[in-house]
Every structure is written in structure tokens, then in C-alpha cells.
Design a protein around this ligand. Structure first.
Ligand code: SF4
Length: 364
């Protein structure tokens, strides 16, 4: 079936039929018939179109802990979707088969925005996540799905690299309930050489989230041996978070496994994550987790009295003792979104998925 192209937002016409896309800090200047760096925004006849709109290439039901979000509706399911393409060029991407593909190289399905919440409800989900590739680059589709999701009392989640311009930031995030932002390293050298982007715009996005939105957000730092696991770098990253975002933003140190163009690095040893977590706690962050390994550091404990609040195994919630958003022992308020106040759903226990691939494909 041939579908009409969906005209994009966040672009302006330039001389000679070129267009300037200002959705992300790449600021692509795209010639006629060409696509931007992300593959899914194309110039046709001097206008910019989104090939991602209505065309997810990955659909899956995940535990919310897999995003990872540990302080957002724990133990619930999230309907997760991604398209082709990406605006970063990470050598370690675990979803490179879609993120480094053009939209005609992936198996996408036509799913209009109004169908997404119906599918989420069908599969028992409390929220919808835009994930697997970078959702910023299909922001038009994200916004329309969010509008539909709200009608059904479903929350929405961005799993993002944070590479977005201020021009587009509020257009998208004013519709979003939660985000996990990858802070992939704390050096410009890593961002430049390993992701083909820059660090500063990601830090700016984190600050906008903190200062200008009500979005609940958590941060992930994937630790890659020898590339971004230097303790001094981790300390700088934690100090920046403490200074600019405060002590309560959850930070996830997650383990790398060889993938895509980074096959020559070993898996991250558990000791590296333990050391990073210790640095973060010493820096003053209160909620610091380890992911992609089995570890007690997946649990949430009260920073005041030490009471175990949420016990997890990989992505599975085994116990949740948080009561009315607070520690049941000392009453300390624990930051996060602990119940879906729109739907009034309680805590739902579910199974986990622990494969190394971030997604599988759900046939609708
Ligand atoms: S969203 Fe895509 S086309 Fe637009 S500036 Fe970023 S990489 Fe380029």
C-alpha cells in the first residue's frame, strides 16, 4: 500500500530546493531527494517529510524497568515502539539493525497514532514508550500518540539520547510524562569519536527537563571498558548531576556487551559498576542503580533509614513496599511516580525479559 508522505515540523526552506531541519543539533541542510543524517527525514520537492510517522519498525511489551525507569510506575508494562534511523552514530548501538537502517530496509507496520493506545490497553500496559531508536527524530508521531494516549489515561515515556534543539524541546516534552536520558559519557572526546555528536547539547536537555518541565526523568550511563569508565570521569559526571539536577535524580550505571562496531571491548565487569555506584553515592546522589547485570544494586532503599523499598531481579519487581510515595518505616518521601493517578491502577507484578537484544518484534 502506498501511503502519503507526512510533512515534517521543525524545518525551513533554503535556496536551491534545500531544506534546513532544526529538530536536533545536527542542523542538517538537506538537498532535494536526500535524507538527513537520521535517514527518516527526507527532502521531497523542497519540503521536509517524516518517513517515521505511523511506521514503527519495532513493537514490544516491556517491563517499565527495562527502559530503565525505577521510580515510575514500578512493576507495570509499557507498550514500546521504535522506528528506523537515529540522529547519533554510536559505535556500540545494540539496536543498530533498525537505528542504522533506512525506513525501506526495516519491516515496519502501519500504525496510526490513534491505534497505539488501543494496542497498549490490549496488552495490559499503563504507559507507552518511544524507544529502541531515537524518538526525537519522529517527534511528530510522538506528539500525536501522546495526545491519543492521554484520552485513554495512559502515560508516555521518552527513552532518549537527549539530542534535541530548544526549538523542538517543549513541543515534544510538554506532552511527555517520563524520560530516561542516556548520558553516554562525560567527555567531548567520547561523544565526538564514539557517538558522532557532542556532549553539551545533552547536558542542556537535562537542565531543561529539570528546570522547565514536570517530566519525571532518570539517567543512564552505559559503562564501556576503557572508553568511559575512568573513575575521575564518573566523579565529574556525578558532580555535574548533583550541581545541576540535584541529588534525587536516579542514575543507572549499566553494563556494555560487544555489539555493532565495538566488538573489541569486553563486557563491563560487575566491579566497574560497583565502583561507579560507590563514587556516585559518595558524591551525594541518593538513588544509584546498576543494570544489565544481576545485582542487589537494582533495589531501591530509603536513603534516610536504609529500609528496603523495592526489591528487583533484573527487570522484575519482586517486592514493592513504598506506601503513598513514602518509606513505610521512616516516612521519607521517595521521589517518583508510584501510581497511575489517571487510571487509579495499583501495582502489577509481571515477568521479565533478560535477553541482550533490546527489542523483539510484536506481530499485531
Ligand atoms: S532530526 Fe535528522 S534530519 Fe533533522 S537535524 Fe537531526 S539528524 Fe538531521
Amino acid at each position: 500500500m502506498v501511503r502519503e508522505l507526512y510533512e515534517a515540523r521543525w524545518w525551513e526552506a533554503e535556496p536551491n530546493g534545500r531544506v534546513h531541519c532544526y529538530l536536533c543539533p545536527r542542523h542538517c541542510h538537506i538537498g532535494p531527494g536526500q535524507a538527513g543524517f537520521c535517514f527518516i527525514r527526507i527532502n521531497q520537492g523542497g519540503a521536509l517529510y517524516s518517513l517515521g510517522y505511523g511506521s514503527p519498525a519495532a513493537l514490544q511489551v516491556d517491563p517499565i524497568e527495562k527502559k530503565p525507569l525505577n521510580h515510575f510506575l514500578p512493576g507495570t508494562r509499557v507498550f514500546s515502539m521504535g522506528t528506523a534511523g537515529c540522529n547519533m552514530g554510536c559505535f556500540f548501538c545494540q539496536n543498530w539493525d533498525i537505528s542504522k537502517s533506512r525506513s525501506d530496509q526495516v519491516r515496519s507496520q502501519h500504525v496510526p497514532p490513534e491505534d497505539v493506545p488501543l494496542l497498549a490497553l490490549k496488552y495490559g500496559c499503563d504507559s507507552i514508550a518511544f524507544t529502541y531508536n531515537e524518538p526525537t527524530i519522529w517527534g511528530e508521531y510522538v506528539i500525536d500518540i501522546c495526545k491519543e494516549a492521554r484520552k485513554h489515561g495512559l502515560k508516555t515515556v521518552m527513552v532518549t539520547n537527549g539530542y534535541i534543539t530548544y526549538d523542538a524541546f517543549h513541543d515534544i516534552y510538554d506532552h511527555i510524562d517520563a524520560a530516561n536520558v542516556d548520558l553516554k559519557a562525560f567527555t567531548e572526546n567520547f561523544y565526538g569519536k564514539i557517538t558522532l555528536t557532542h556532549l553539551q547539547p545533552v547536558l542542556e536537555t537535562l537542565a531543561w527537563l529539570k528546570n522547565e518541565t514536570n517530566v519525571w526523568f532518570e539517567i543512564t550511563n552505559l559503562m564501556i571498558p576503557t572508553l568511559n569508565d575512568d573513575p575521575a570521569e564518573t566523579r565529574k559526571l556525578c558532580d555535574w548531576i548533583l550541581t545541576h539536577l540535584g541529588p534525587y535524580v536516579p542514575l543507572h550505571f549499566t553494563a556494555f556487551h560487544p555489539d555493532f562496531k565495538l566488538q573489541d571491548k569486553p563486557r563491563t565487569p560487575a566491579a566497574t559498576l560497583d565502583r561507579a555506584r560507590q563514587i556516585a553515592l559518595e558524591a551525594g546522589l541518593h538513588y544509584v542503580y546498576e543494570g544489565n547485570i544481576y545485582s542487589d544494586a537494582a533495589n531501591t532503599s530509603c536513603p534516610n533509614c536504609g529500609e528496603l523499598l523495592v526489591r528487583r531481579s533484573w527487570h522484575e519487581v519482586l517486592e514493592n513496599h513504598i506506601k503513598d510515595g513514602a518509606c513505610p518505616k521512616c516516612g521519607l518521601s521517595i521521589p517518583g511516580v508510584w501510581a497511575n493517578d489517571v487510571k487509579g491502577n495499583g501495582w502489577l507484578k509481571h515477568g521479565s525479559s533478560s535477553g541482550t537484544k533490546a527489542y523483539t518484534h510484536l506481530n499485531l
